[in-house]
Ligand binder design. Structure first.
Ligand SMILES: *[C@@H]1O[C@H](CO)[C@@H](O)[C@H](O)[C@H]1NC(C)=O
Ligand SMILES: *[C@@H]1O[C@H](CO)[C@@H](O)[C@H](O)[C@H]1NC(C)=O
Ligand SMILES: *[C@@H]1O[C@H](CO)[C@@H](O)[C@H](O)[C@H]1NC(C)=O
Ligand SMILES: *[C@@H]1O[C@H](CO)[C@@H](O)[C@H](O)[C@H]1NC(C)=O
Ligand SMILES: *[C@@H]1O[C@H](CO)[C@@H](O)[C@H](O)[C@H]1NC(C)=O
Ligand SMILES: *[C@@H]1O[C@H](CO)[C@@H](O)[C@H](O)[C@H]1NC(C)=O
Ligand SMILES: *[C@@H]1O[C@H](CO)[C@@H](O)[C@H](O)[C@H]1NC(C)=O
Ligand SMILES: *[C@@H]1O[C@H](CO)[C@@H](O)[C@H](O)[C@H]1NC(C)=O
Ligand SMILES: *[C@@H]1O[C@H](CO)[C@@H](O)[C@H](O)[C@H]1NC(C)=O
Ligand SMILES: *[C@@H]1O[C@H](CO)[C@@H](O)[C@H](O)[C@H]1NC(C)=O
Ligand SMILES: *[C@@H]1O[C@H](CO)[C@@H](O)[C@H](O)[C@H]1NC(C)=O
Length: 487
């Protein structure tokens, strides 16, 4: 008891004596010295840290390969990589010099290069060094407005014009964006916040948008935090996307699709990692009457070796804007993890067009809510001018080798009387389910067949064949409906 009282007393003493201590000149000096030494020590440690992390101890920066005859550094045009200086003019001067020379390479060195939107030119390589970061300015005053895409008739979220993309190209040939995993960062946070608060009067801009162009290659870089869709090739031919990382927060980053091939032909997307706030990949071809009139399909697209996460939408989607048609798409060696849906085809009356010759092969679903989805009532229209009798055709879709675990509803194919889904094939499927054994292979207005081992057991709508493709049981109920959104 006495001890406690004494120590309590001492503590009070101590508090009272601090001002007294500082009042004495000697002790004040001691305190100042101590603080001074501590500061010098911290400063030196930081300096050593800086040295360690730069030239002295770290490996030297990888030299930038020369991929075109003419090459420039961004700093040749007065750019400053401090994350504060606005470098739009430097990018524009560089691109205009490359255009004058008939092509060339622009190296973006390590640093933070803030810029407003700028255009690319033909026969150009944009090379992002290791630790080079292009930062999009997050003030819409600096973002130019552009006419709506002809196959959409509107900005996607607001009528009228739309913001252009941070890195933009039109009517180009032979464009490469590559590097040693440098980053294009859209600083989308401000845009997402303003969008949610309805403070924007125009559709947000994509991070990279290339339109009416051919021979485009995007590789070995990271794209992150786009204001809107991340990479949007529009009405392009011969596009390759390889070995890229695309990142955005998996929630709270509205419409940050990873890659949106839109009315594109001959395209490959491979060896990439995508984790974003909307669809990982969404193949499109225009919206209702505008897309029907524009009439440019997406075709001959190969998507393989992707790891995708999408907690809001799906790993790989087709639609919902598909009015110009989508055909000959192969999606293979796809892993979708911790996601809402793995693959989805979405459309609705009014779209017109078609989705056909779609091949899915070797899909792995790890902890996804709904695995395979076909949805024919995605009723989102640009305006009242759409033709409700413009019905899309959905057919010739095959799924071979579907694996995984922790899936609530492996299959939900929701065809309708107006938009039946025809000629769907399942071959070899084994998916571990996480929830209930009822309503896990949901079907409506779908015709087709299942071949070989299928788990969970398929719905009655399909004809059943054994491994040798011998008919076991013909379906009598293609039009029966068992769809339950509760699961
Ligand atoms: C670009 O800068 C690097 C050093 O960062 C230098 O070695 C190279 O010569 C420069 N290239 C040009 C085209 O100026
Ligand atoms: C970029 O390209 C668009 C579309 O061609 C054009 O309207 C715009 O003026 C260009 N911007 C610059 C700075 O050249
Ligand atoms: C992928 O890109 C990274 C840098 O972004 C590079 O280190 C790696 O070698 C590339 N892989 C392939 C297969 O090209
Ligand atoms: C490239 O950078 C991203 C983001 O910093 C990182 O997640 C990814 O692993 C890197 N890729 C390679 C191949 O080093
Ligand atoms: C949107 O329009 C309103 C009314 O015309 C205007 O007050 C506001 O400044 C605009 N906002 C932006 C971000 O342009
Ligand atoms: C990606 O980087 C790797 C390693 O540096 C290189 O071998 C490859 O050619 C690059 N790929 C492309 C398509 O640029
Ligand atoms: C696309 O690439 C192929 C083969 O590389 C070539 O034959 C064709 O001309 C290219 N098409 C366009 C429009 O560039
Ligand atoms: C389908 O697309 C692939 C590329 O994924 C292409 O090689 C093939 O020629 C296309 N088939 C037809 C019939 O156009
Ligand atoms: C199937 O895809 C997975 C990645 O999801 C890959 O590891 C595996 O090698 C693929 N299998 C075949 C036979 O290609
Ligand atoms: C059904 O679709 C497959 C491709 O998945 C195709 O090979 C086959 O010809 C189609 N059958 C009919 C009857 O159209
Ligand atoms: C099933 O629906 C399709 C499309 O609506 C129709 O053509 C077909 O006759 C129906 N079949 C049966 C058995 O009712």
């Amino acid at each position: 008891m006495a001890d406690t009282l004494r120590s309590h007393h001492r503590r009070l003493d101590y508090k009272r004596s601090i001002p007294a201590l500082l009042a004495s000149p000697q002790t004040l000096l001691t305190v100042l010295w101590t603080v001074g030494y501590a500061l010098i020590f911290l400063w030196q440690r930081n300096a050593v840290d800086r040295l360690l992390s730069s030239s002295l101890w770290a490996p030297p920066p990888r030299p930038i390969p020369k991929l075109r005859q003419v090459a420039f550094n961004l700093t040749d045009f007065g750019a400053v990589g401090d994350g504060v200086t606005l470098n739009t003019k430097a990018f524009e001067r560089a691109v205009s010099e490359i255009k004058k020379r008939g092509g060339g390479q622009l190296n973006v060195q390590p640093g933070y290069w803030l810029t407003a939107p700028f255009n690319l030119t033909s026969h150009m390589t944009l090379f992002l060094a290791e630790n080079a970061v292009i930062l999009g300015i997050d003030d819409e005053k600096y973002w130019p407005l552009m006419p709506p895409l002809p196959s959409y008739g509107y900005g996607r979220e607001c009528p009228g014009p739309r913001y252009g993309s941070l890195i933009h190209g039109q009517n180009l040939k032979d464009v490469v964006i590559t590097g040693h995993n440098g980053t294009i960062n859209g600083q989308g946070q401000t845009w997402w916040k303003k969008y949610r608060k309805k403070l924007l009067n125009h559709t947000r801009g994509p991070l990279v948008q290339i339109m009416w162009s051919s021979d485009i290659q995007i590789s070995n870089i990271t794209l992150r935090d786009s204001p809107f869709w991340t990479l949007h090739p529009y009405d392009c031919k011969n596009v390759t996307v390889r070995n890229v990382t695309i990142l955005a927060p998996v929630s709270g980053a509205p419409n940050t699709d990873g890659i949106d091939p839109d009315s594109c032909e001959n395209m490959v997307i491979e060896d990439s990692y995508i984790s974003v706030g909307d669809d990982g990949v969404a193949i499109k071809s225009g919206w209702d009457q505008y897309g029907i009139a524009y009439g440019q399909p997406s075709a001959n697209i190969l998507i393989r070796n992707l790891i995708v996460r999408s907690t809001v939408s799906a790993g790989v989607s087709i639609g919902s804007e598909m009015s110009g048609g989508v055909s000959n798409i192969t999606i293979e060696n796809l892993l979708v993890w911790n996601s809402r849906r793995a693959v989805r085809i979405k459309t609705s009356p009014g779209r017109g067009g078609y989705v056909r010759d779609i091949t899915y092969r070797n899909l792995t679903l790890e902890n996804v809510r709904v695995g395979i989805v076909i949805k024919t009532d995605y009723n989102e229209h640009p305006d009242e001018g759409y033709d409700p009798k413009a019905l899309p055709i959905l057919k010739d879709i095959s799924f071979t080798g579907i694996y995984g675990q922790g899936v609530r509803v492996p299959v939900r194919i929701y065809g309708s009387r107006e938009i039946p889904v025809r000629n769907v094939t399942f071959r070899d499927m084994s998916v571990g389910i996480s929830y209930k054994k009822k309503h896990i292979f949901q079907c409506s207005y779908v015709q087709g067949r299942v071949i070989g081992h299928i788990f969970p057991a398929p719905c009655e709508n399909f004809d059943q064949y054994d491994e040798q493709e011998r008919l076991l049981k013909k379906s009598t109920s293609q039009n029966s409906t068992d769809i339950d959104y509760e699961f």
